[in-house]
Design a protein around this ligand. Structure first.
Ligand code: COA
Ligand code: MG
Length: 304
């Protein structure tokens, strides 16, 4: 799976924002039909999102200079419990879409139900089988207890997202700025994602005028093993893209670690030292993993 560092929510009822989003450097645009759209506008937003999809995928922009060839377009549908999910899917499963963000699944069954509807619609609409990916949210107490099953419910699932606002609402936790109450669920989401071999995406940072706060939270998420973060405002894209991309210093250090380890291995040793610190197999493999992420981001950005 390609790195998905920044996933920008765009309310499905705000045509000016959808239009603006076309030119923004987020890895994923997530057109929202759920909580940013009021009940009375659900039907009109659905139609608007459907009509906008074809123009958002960069490869479909005739003639215009394409900036982010890798950019993906997802739609967040309403939950199954709302009774709106089926109609949302009927409307938006078209060749222009890469994935569906599914809110509030309680169990694997909720995910397989959505996956089955997508399978039928792909067939009916001439979309390649398996093209539409799934990014379920873990944002309820039941969802967290079933996070691994949710993450492994279907081959369409490419990641799971932690949703802090609904999670604190559902569990009665107090939501704080420093967020210590979220350490356990965040960590569980990452562990469940890794056990299922998918990525973990962190919750949005709502205080969108506070760049220092955003950077702190995104750094914490990266330290915990998240590979990307949902965003709500264009100003959040650049700092978060930067945090989820290994820095030049990290890349240089990882190269030195791998070189030192390989030199030791060539002499028959499985451990060595660098700058007074021990290096062994997992440390070398962690460095190799970081280099792979850096390389895959650099390669796709060069291919602009
Ligand atoms: N996507 C695309 N464009 C956006 C955007 C978004 N998520 N958020 C803001 N913009 C645009 C604005 O329309 C404005 O465009 P303009 O300069 O052409 O008028 C520009 O970026 C600057 O916006 P700003 O004035 O700073 O903010 P705002 O008051 O217009 O909007 C929010 C603030 C929070 C209402 C808005 O960012 C938003 O709706 N975010 C998404 C919320 C959401 O999806 N929530 C559900 C998930 S939890
Ligand atoms: Mg939510």
């Amino acid at each position: 799976m390609e790195p998905l560092r920044t996933l920008l929510f765009v309310p499905g009822n705000r045509l000016n924002m959808i239009e603006k989003a076309r030119h923004l450097p987020a890895d994923v645009l997530v057109l929202d039909l759920e909580d940013s759209v009021p009940s009375l506008e659900k039907a009109s937003a659905r139609a608007q999102v459907r009509d906008s999809l074809a123009g958002l995928a960069p490869e479909r922009r005739g003639g215009e200079k394409v900036k982010q060839k890798w950019r993906k377009v997802f739609v967040r549908i309403n939950s199954l419990a709302s009774g709106l999910a089926q109609e949302d899917l009927e409307s938006v499963i078209t060749p222009g879409i890469h994935g569906i963000s599914q809110p509030k699944p309680s169990s694997a069954r909720d995910v397989t139900e959505v996956a089955a509807i997508i399978t039928r619609l792909e067939r009916e609409r001439g979309v390649a089988a398996g093209h539409v990916k799934l990014l379920p949210w873990v944002e309820t107490a039941k969802g967290l207890l079933h996070a691994f099953e949710i993450a492994s419910a279907s081959p369409r699932v490419v990641g799971i997202s932690f949703g802090a606002e609904d999670f604190t609402l559902d569990t009665g936790m107090m939501r704080t700025e420093e967020g210590s109450e979220l350490l356990y669920p965040r960590t569980m989401v990452v562990i469940a994602a890794k056990a299922a071999d998918v990525i973990a995406v962190d919750t949005p940072y709502n205080n969108f005028r506070d760049e220092a706060g955003l950077i702190n939270e995104a750094r914490l998420a990266r330290r915990l093993g998240f590979e990307g973060k949902f965003l709500i405002h264009p100003s959040q894209i650049e700092p978060v893209n930067c945090i989820f991309c290994p820095s030049p210093e990290e890349v240089a250090h990882a190269r030195r670690v791998v070189a030192a380890f390989e030199a030791a291995a060539a002499q028959g040793f499985a451990s060595t030292s660098l700058d007074g610190k021990m290096i062994d197999i997992p440390i070398a493999n962690r460095a190799r993993k970081l280099l792979m992420v850096a390389d895959s981001i650099a390669r796709r950005e060069k291919g602009r």
